[in-house]
Design a protein around this ligand. Structure first.
Ligand SMILES: Cc1ncc(COP(=O)(O)O)c(C=O)c1O
Length: 376
């Protein structure tokens, strides 16, 4: 790794010495081109031999070996594709395969997007407005919060910052499959510690696995996808005692009666908590997730993240959603069967499919909280 100073002849000699034949040849040619403005061969390798070795190169030979074996992630089918396949209008389809929130975002989001002022300027790399709003929403200072292009991006970013190829993670299936997928992309090994028949975590087996295999991190989902089970404080505390980074994914926290653990990152240096606007505010299509991190970790995520990872539209939409706490409360009370079916926040401009969801499932979206979180 590192940088090669192409203008430094000493540096080049050292690099060439460490490169195999054809690579050294290619470097010679390109340097010669730079220096003289013309191609001049400095290699003694016969031309036929060069052609032969070049012919052998296929595109996949450039791909990292572990990625050549990667099975592709099975993504969901978008409305347009489903619509064509089923011969029905998107508005007539109730889509449950990716746990999107079919009620959609509160009306403030559509208004804010309609008046977007500066789409031609790159977004704020620090998502300052949104982080400030999230600090108020969560009660955790914005220094501990980082925003991403969905929680998915943050899962990958954490792995890129924490894992070397060959490192291990603990996964507790059945659960969200992106942990396994991102681990494979990052060349990490996945140690599976299956959940108990009632979907609770097998804490003893997790402890044994940590002792024996020395994994670097564990991904826990509470409420879990696909079953909706939650992790008790007692169990979480036991796992936090282990020498392992705990990534707690709270994508569905708003649909449960438990409190978010975002504040805990101030106390536990090995805890990261992930949240998302996809479920709580119906913004899956705009891609906004966020996470709470210990200060000793967040610093490195700032360094490694893509500078413009959250679009202008995504930031504005998420801020607008936070401006309607009653919508967010209704979403959460729906899960507890508290909201009345005439709740004004839900009766905001709604599509036929949203009305159909309400007719079919009522205002208590059991499909989000109980035993039927389908899809991803
Ligand atoms: C447990 C869990 N975490 C994270 C995500 C992805 O969230 P986002 O849309 O913010 O990437 C999902 C999506 O289904 C999920 O089920």
């Amino acid at each position: 790794m590192g940088v090669i100073d192409i203008s430094n002849p000493y540096c080049l000699t050292k690099v060439k010495a460490s490169l195999p034949g054809p690579e050294a040849l290619r470097l010679n040619c390109s340097v010669a081109r730079r220096r003289k403005g013309a191609v001049s061969m400095t290699s003694q390798i016969p031309v036929e031999q060069v052609h032969k070795s070049q012919q052998r190169l296929t595109g996949d030979s450039f791909i990292r070996p572990h990625l050549r074996k990667l099975s592709p992630y099975q993504p969901i089918l978008p409305f347009e594709v489903l619509s064509t396949r089923l011969g029905r209008k998107p508005e007539d389809i109730i889509k449950l395969d990716a746990n999107e929130n079919p009620y959609g975002p509160p009306p403030e989001v559509l208004e804010a997007l309609g008046t977007l002022k500066f789409p031609y300027v790159y977004p704020d790399p620090e998502s300052r407005q949104l982080r400030a709003a999230l600090a108020i929403d969560s009660g955790l200072e914005s220094d501990y919060i980082l925003v991403g292009c969905g929680a998915d991006e943050l899962i990958d970013l954490i792995m890129r910052c924490v894992l070397d190829p060959g490192n291990k993670i603990v996964d507790c299936p059945p659960t969200f499959t992106m942990y396994e997928f991102d681990a494979a992309v990052n060349g990490a090994l996945v140690l599976k510690v299956p959940r108990n028949p009632d979907f609770s975590l097998n804490v003893d087996l997790i402890k044994d696995t940590v002792d024996k295999e020395k994994p670097k991190c564990i991904f826990l989902t509470s409420p879990n996808n696909p079953d909706g089970s939650v992790i008790s404080d007692e169990v979480l505390l036991k796992i936090l005692e282990l020498p392992i980074l705990v990534v707690l994914d709270e994508a569905y926290i708003e649909f449960s009666s438990i409190e978010s653990k975002m504040q805990w990152v101030k106390k536990y240096d090995n805890l990261i908590v992930l949240r998302t606007f996809s479920k709580r505010a119906g913004l899956a299509g705009l891609r906004v997730g966020y996470g709470a991190f210990p200060l000793s970790i967040i610093e490195y995520l700032w360094r490694a993240k893509q500078p413009y990872n959250v679009s202008v539209a995504a930031e504005i939409a998420a801020c607008a959603a936070l401006l309607n706490p009653s919508y967010l409360e209704v979403m959460s009370s729906l899960a507890h069967g508290k909201a009345s079916s005439t709740s004004s926040a839900l009766n905001a401009p709604q599509s036929k499919s949203k009305r159909m969801v309400k007719e079919k499932f009522g205002t208590k979206p059991e499909w989000m909280t109980k035993r039927c979180l389908w899809g991803r």
